[in-house]
Design a protein around this ligand. Structure first.
Ligand SMILES: [Zn+2]
Length: 314
C-alpha cells in the first residue's frame, strides 16, 4: 500500500542551494536571457492559458530591481527561475489582476508540477512578507542568500531567520472495517475528514498522532505507520500522513475542535453518508489508501465527486 506523489509536491526543480551563497552566480543567473520570473501578488500567482506564467524580464521591468530583491527558486529544464513579489501598487497593466489565482484554484487548472512550483514560490514570498522585522530586536530584516535568509539590519544583532514550515500530523484511524473521520464546524456541510493537528515542541510525530487523536476524539491509538507527506501551503504546513489502528471505539469530543466524529465503513462511504475532502489533499489520499486495502473496486473507480455529492462529468 503506497501513496504516490501528492499535489503541491514534485515541482521538478533543481534548487541549487549551493548557489545561494554566491552573489556573482545569482547575478549571472538573473542576467541570462532565458531566465524567467514568477510574480506573486496579494498571495496569488499568475496563470496564463492553464500554465504557470513565467514572465520575461521585460514584463516585470517596473519591479525587477535585481536578484537581491527576489527569491532564487532554482532551475527547471535548465532555465533559472526567480519569484518576485509585486506590491499592491506595482501590478503592471498588461498583467491583469484576474490572472492571479489562489493556490486551490490553481491546483485544479495547471499540471501538478506547475502547482508545486507556484506553491513553492508563494510560500517563499509569503514567508518574507511575514518576517520583515527582526524577532529579537525589532529592526528591519533584509533578504539574503537568494532570499532564503532574512537577516537583521542591525549589525550588532545580525539575527538570521529561515523559511518556516509548520509540521502537522494527519492520521487515518481505523478499527475493524471502519475508519474514524471528524468534522469541523467551518467545513462545508457534510464534509468529514481525517484527524489532524500541529506537532508541538518537545514531541515526536508518533506522540503527536497519539495526542491529537486522543484530544479530538478520545480514541486511543498505540502506534502510527507513516504513509506520505504533503506540503500544504495554507500558509506553510507540512502534512505528515499516518495510518493508525485504534485500541478503543467510544468517541468523545474532548477539545472542541471537531463538532462531530464518526466510525464509517466502506459501505457508509459508498452510500454517501459523508462528503470527503478534496482529492488534492493528503486527507483524501489517506482515506483512499485505507479504502483500497480491501478487495473490490478502488475508490477512484467510482465516478463520483466525493466532495460535492454529485457524479463526475466524463
Ligand atoms: Zn535584530
Amino acid at each position: 500500500m503506497t501513496i504516490t506523489r501528492l499535489t503541491f509536491s514534485g515541482a521538478g526543480i533543481e534548487r541549487l542551494a549551493e548557489l545561494r551563497q554566491l552573489p556573482q552566480a545569482l547575478a549571472a543567473a538573473y542576467a541570462e536571457a532565458e531566465t524567467r520570473f514568477l510574480p506573486v501578488w496579494q498571495s496569488r500567482c499568475l496563470v496564463r492559458d492553464g500554465l504557470v506564467a513565467d514572465c520575461r524580464r521585460e514584463e516585470l521591468a517596473m519591479v525587477a530591481t535585481g536578484h537581491e530583491s527576489m527569491v532564487f527558486l532554482g532551475r527547471r529544464a535548465g532555465r533559472a527561475l526567480f519569484a518576485v513579489r509585486l506590491g499592491d501598487e506595482q501590478l503592471p497593466a498588461h498583467l491583469p489582476s484576474a490572472g492571479f489565482l489562489g493556490l486551490r484554484e490553481i491546483a485544479s487548472q495547471v499540471s501538478e508540477a506547475d502547482a508545486a512550483l507556484l506553491a513553492y514560490a508563494r510560500a517563499m514570498i509569503l514567508w518574507q512578507e511575514r518576517h520583515r522585522y527582526c524577532g529579537v530586536c525589532g529592526a528591519p530584516n533584509q533578504p539574503a542568500e537568494g532570499g532564503f535568509v532574512m537577516v537583521c539590519s542591525d549589525a550588532s544583532c545580525a539575527q538570521r531567520c529561515f523559511p518556516r514550515i509548520d509540521p502537522a500530523v494527519i492520521v487515518l484511524v481505523h478499527r475493524g472495517d471502519r475508519c474514524l473521520l471528524g468534522r469541523q464546524a467551518s467545513w462545508p456541510e457534510g464534509r468529514f475528514s481525517t484527524i489532524a493537528g500541529f506537532v508541538e515542541p518537545g514531541e515526536s510525530l508518533e506522540e503527536a498522532v497519539i495526542r491529537e487523536v486522543r484530544e479530538e476524539t478520545n480514541i486511543a491509538v498505540a502506534a502510527a505507520t507513516y504513509m506520505a507527506s504533503q506540503p500544504w501551503p495554507f500558509p506553510s504546513a507540512l502534512m505528515l500522513g499516518f495510518h493508525a489502528a485504534a485500541q478503543s471505539s467510544d468517541i468523545r469530543l474532548n477539545d472542541g475542535e471537531l463538532i462531530e466524529a464518526r466510525w464509517l465503513s466502506r459501505a457508509d462511504i459508498l452510500a454517501r453518508q459523508v462528503l470527503l475532502p478534496p482529492p488534492i489533499s493528503i486527507a483524501y489520499r489517506l482515506i483512499e489508501s485505507w479504502f483500497d486495502q480491501s478487495p473490490g473496486p478502488r475508490l477512484a473507480s467510482f465516478a463520483t465527486d466525493w466532495t460535492s455529492g454529485g457524479p463526475v462529468p466524463r
